[in-house]
Design a protein around this ligand. Sequence first.
Ligand code: G4F
Length: 340
Amino acid sequence: MKKAFITGITGQDGSYLAELLLAKGYAVHGLVRRASAYNRSRIDHLRTDENVGSGRLVLHYGELNDVTSFHRLLHKIEPAEIYHLAGQSHVGLSFELPEVTCLENGMATLHLLESMRELDTSTRLYLAQSSEIFGAPEGEDPQDETTPVAPRNPYGCAKVFSMQLGKVYRESHGLFVCNGIAFNHESPRRGENFVTRKISMGAARIAAGDEAVIELGNLDGRRDWGYAPEYVEAMWRMLQQDRADDFVLATGRTHTVREFAAAAFAAVGVPVDFQGQGVEEVARRRDNGAIVLRVSPRYFRPVDAVSLRGNPAKAKAELGWKAQTQGADLAALMVEAERG
Ligand code: G4F
């Protein structure tokens, strides 16, 4: 039975990837952080699934930057495939927590690569990189694997460090390391402080009759939003190739935050009109004029990537992968899930 090791198994991508690998017959080992509050809700259904059985999903306590224990764990498991997904992934928070962001997204990759040098050389590694490496792509639209990096926040800087290390260890030590440069990918399992989840949760509450108001920052932020379960399929495909390489994972289409919000409200039958500008901007219900969304300075970042759009042509040609769900369909899927 093939063994996979997932860091970040309790996160959005980790939980979907665990489902995928278990369905393919893998034994899945996951790294979990000890915390006083229980944080495994995204994988609980797998732990009680009788088809998975006790031996096929194994969780290990650990910390990415507790180097010796992490090293020991990798050697004990001896996985055929490692998916490194863990790390502080909130871009806005990375301005407030730059050190932890760089330790978890940058230095942890180095520790992992160093441990891998001593593992069986056939072990394959997927590194979760991000469109935030492009930050300000200076007219390069869409961005692909050859677009120069220009990160605009500590998170993007850490991901550049991680990605470049992955390439260096591939070239200089012959390790099988793939960088997946993933653009935004969302789902009902998205963390509650990412914009699509904030919107879908808020729209569902408002449709249910709550007098809620969604507070957001930059409504002009333009992102290439795809559906997370489709992206974990691409991660797996990368590690099944004959040769390790880097791939952009994206839909190739963008929407603004404002458009995503309008689509979410439309999906729950609450059409809205946006009025005003900047921090004065609000969205009002068309039927009774009530404010349902307002812009708040609290959620603006010191600098925000204006528009990020990926070119997934290489992933399509070489992995046979194509994102299917995006835009209004994604917004509708997410609000429907909130409504249960
Ligand atoms: O949902 P977001 O926080 O995602 P962001 O910053 O694009 O980063 C996500 O995608 C990256 C690419 O895959 C990942 F690398 C990263 O780890 C993360 O998963 O913000 C999206 C846009 C931005 O323009 C932001 O300024 O939404 C804007 N926004 C407006 N109001 C908001 C809010 N973002 C958040 N989180 N919260 C708001 O209230």
